[in-house]
Design a protein around this ligand. Structure first.
Ligand code: ADP
Length: 610
């Protein structure tokens, strides 16, 4: 990811989306989960307590049923054959024998009360219970011996309608009853005596002493649920139900067991939250990717646009706003491209114009300078030429009459040579700036070149060969004499350069005439003069066209040949360039405007010759 160097750290749109979804989920789920957890814990505790509070009612219901059954059993026993008579007759063993035979199973014990109201069996019913049987009642009561609580039912024994005693059944409430109650109430059951003695318990914990201590402090309100902890910190809820004189039954439930569902529920809840989070993030991530893809592509396209690439794909999107942004971007980009194209074209035109303007300007300056210099030089040349001719004529006359004085003859011939040179110089000066024949402004360069080749060939017998190539029909806008003078200069120079090295081959000079280079036929006529001489070094090349620049000795060179040639060519709207050939030798290229009504001047086009 691209990170700016500034202080602000940026994240991608996709990351922002995912963070948003994750954050929203966490913000929604965590407090919701905590609230739900608390609610669940409270609800579970409430349910467990309410359930426990119901257990005394179960005991009451059970007791009612059991009491009815016990009363029936007491009645049956009292009705046992011969029992009433045996009691009435005071026959204790007979009465106990009949009573024992009438009881069923180990959960029942016979109870017999003699005519004097004294119990014959143990544990014994209290005197008030016995008294109630005298009135004909069949009481069912709770009681306890030293080791066990019990329920007891007594029925009157009558002989001829007279009360002779009482008989009934005693059902001890031992561990079996506690077990039954435990199964019925889904609780641990502890049977407590009135003094807090633990008779029987289905639970090993809490220790009977702890339970007894705690129970002593409990209120005995109906539906009350109490809490106690054993020394190891285990918590219990407890409810108590009274068992009359037998004491009471305590129902215990371990808090941790009752709330055992809670961690399970928490785990499931956490798992559900985690799955929801992962799913939400996955779906959110997918959606974010889909939604951010066009934005990313847009961002990439804008980056590429900054780098000058106008072709980067811009996405379409089903999301209206994104699609609008994409469309706006495309429009902006194509307008920008169009504007840049227009600007580039305008710029190019401007550069072109500027270039031409500069060229024209320098051409004008050059022409101005040339015409000013030309005027002065022509006047000077004219003024010098005539006196020089007269002095030379006089000197030649003197030279002829000098006789045999060789020293004087040598001096005079040197003076004549110098005067000759001065004359040539003035002639060349005048040539360069002499007004040309206005009627002869067109020539065929190939024809002029052929004449020059003939002339030089004749003049330099045994010198380099001069050949002419190219289109004979081409016409250039220059007077034939002027072109002849220019070509003569170039060919003479070439011949002298070739001849400068006597050891070299005879050498070749070639004049090549070619037509307009551009495809529409417009452009200058080119005349190239190529030689096989030594060419020139850079310093010489840069000064070739300077006036009075020469590398030749005083007699041979004046340094005006190329200067005059360039002046002539320029006066005709052309230009001349010089360069070394790759294969050796020099190349001079003259470019002249083509002749004809449709041909314009070629300008000074600075073509770089190889
Ligand atoms: P000049 O011939 O009197 O020296 P130019 O102006 O004709 O004057 O030539 C100037 C110089 O250019 C010459 O002295 C010569 O050094 C160089 N030059 C001209 N043409 C050639 C050529 N074809 N090869 C080598 N050097 C040349």
């Amino acid at each position: 990811m691209h990170r700016p160097t500034g202080a602000m750290r940026t994240i991608s749109l996709r990351q922002a989306w995912i963070a948003l979804i994750g954050g929203a989920l966490l913000l929604g789920l965590v407090p919701g989960g905590i609230a739900l957890d608390r609610r669940l814990a409270a609800e579970l505790e409430h349910q467990a307590r309410a359930d426990l509070a119901m257990t005394p009612m179960i005991l009451v219901d059970r007791n009612a049923g059991r009491s009815d059954a016990l009363m029936m059993r007491a009645k049956e026993l009292a009705d046992a054959n011969g029992l009433a008579e045996a009691v009435a007759s005071g026959s204790r063993s007979a009465a106990l024998g009949i009573a024992r035979a009438s009881v069923e199973g180990p959960d029942e014990q016979p109870v017999v009360v003699g005519p004097d109201g004294q119990p014959w069996t143990d544990p014994a019913p209290g005197p008030e219970v016995v008294a109630r049987t005298r009135g004909g009642a069949m009481p069912v009561v709770f009681g306890h011996s030293a080791s066990v609580p019990y329920r007891l039912s007594l029925a009157p024994l009558r002989v001829d309608g007279r009360w002779v005693g009482a008989a009934g059944v005693l059902a001890p409430m031992g561990p079996r009853v506690a077990g039954e109650l435990s199964a019925l109430t889904r609780s641990e059951v502890v049977l407590l005596g009135p003094d807090g003695t633990v008779y029987s318990s289905t639970s090993k914990a809490p220790a009977p002493a702890v339970l007894a201590d705690s129970a002593a402090a409990w209120s005995r309100e109906a539906d009350a649920v109490h809490e106690l902890s054993d020394p190891s910190g285990r918590r219990y809820w407890a409810a108590v139900a009274p068992l009359g004189a037998a004491g009471e039954a305590a129902f215990l439930r371990s808090v941790s067991k009752e709330l055992a569902l809670l961690p399970e529920l928490r785990r499931s809840g956490l798992l559900a939250v985690a799955i929801a989070l992962v799913l939400a993030l996955a779906v959110g991530g997918y959606l974010a990717a889909r939604m951010t893809r066009p934005v990313q592509a847009l961002s990439a396209a804008s980056r590429r646009l900054t780098a000058g690439d106008f072709e980067a794909p811009v996405p379409t999107s089903r999301i209206r706003e994104l699609d609008q942004v994409g469309r706006a971007f495309r429009q902006m980009r194509s307008r920008l491209e169009e504007k840049i194209r227009q600007l580039t074209t305008a710029n190019r035109k401007l550069e072109d114009r500027q270039g031409r303007l500069q060229a024209l300007q320098s051409e004008l300056i050059q022409r101005d300078r040339l015409s000013a210099t030309g005027r002065i030089i022509t006047e000077l040349a004219h003024e010098i030429r005539n006196p020089v001719a007269s002095v030379r004529n006089c000197l030649e006359l003197i030279h002829r009459r000098l006789g045999d004085d060789s020293e004087l003859r040598e001096f005079s011939s040197m003076a004549i040579d110098e005067l000759l040179r001065m004359h040539r110089l003035s002639e060349q000066m005048l040539d360069a700036y002499r007004p040309l024949d206005p009627d002869a402004e067109v020539c065929r360069p190939a024809t002029v070149a052929a004449k020059v080749a003939d002339l030089v060939g004749m003049a330099r017998n045994g010198g380099p060969s001069v050949t002419v190539r190219g289109s004979a029909d081409l016409e250039a806008a220059m007077a034939p004499d002027a072109l002849k003078q220019v070509l003569l200069n170039l060919v003479e120079n070439a011949a002298e350069a070739i001849g400068a090295d006597p050891a070299a081959e005879p050498g070749q000079i070639e004049i090549v005439v070619s037509g307009p280079a551009s495809t529409d036929g417009d452009g200058p006529v080119r005349i190239e003069v190529l030689d096989t001489g030594p060419g020139f070094n850079e310093e010489v090349r840069s000064r070739l066209f300077d006036a009075f620049f020469t590398t030749k000795d005083e007699v041979q060179g004046v340094g005006l040949g190329l200067f005059v040639a360039q002046g002539l060519v320029r006066r005709h709207g052309g230009d001349i360039q010089a360069a070394n050939r790759l294969e050796g030798g020099a190349r001079f290229v003259i470019r002249l405007p083509a002749a004809g009504p449709s041909r314009g001047p070629s300008g000074t086009g600075a073509e770089a010759a190889p």
